[in-house]
Design a protein around this ligand. Structure first.
Ligand code: FES
Length: 135
């Protein structure tokens, strides 16, 4: 499996500057990155050492193909969901697949605590609260 692809959903963010700001919230920490517009969110997170994976799935994942559902993040500000799994996750309040999201506009995402595989962990948002996708 490869970590090298840089795929993700497209989109038009309006502003055509070279980089866009990406804020990554990891627990109590907050990281601000300047990201080349259009890069794949999963790839950006991995390159920055901010893995979207749990320890067990860091090596055992689909490599960004949208198949394993292990790369989820909470999108607090960003593009609407356009991958089928991403749309369902967005609709039902589950983390969205970082491998299916392009950083094509200013975004804020939160990494999900995945110590309990398959369990829903609190990320500071209320249960049942729908993600803010900018829609
Ligand atoms: S890496 Fe497998 S679904 Fe995203």
């Amino acid at each position: 499996m490869s970590d090298d692809d840089d795929r993700g959903g497209g989109g038009d963010g309006g502003d055509r500057s070279e980089t866009v700001p990406l804020v990554v919230v990891d627990g109590d920490e907050r990281f601000e990155l300047d990201v080349e517009r259009g890069r794949n969110l999963r790839r950006v997170l991995l390159d920055a050492g901010l893995s979207p994976y749990a320890p067990a799935t860091r090596r055992l994942n689909c490599g960004g193909r949208g198949l394993c559902a292990t790369c989820g993040v909470r999108v607090r500000e960003g593009p609407p969901a356009d991958h089928w799994h991403d749309r369902l996750a967005d609709r039902f309040g589950y983390p969205r697949l970082s491998c299916q999201i392009s950083v094509d506009r200013p975004m804020t995402v939160a990494l999900v605590d995945k110590r309990v595989w398959g369990g829903r962990q609190s990320d500071g948002r209320g249960e049942g609260e729908s993600p803010d996708t900018g829609r």
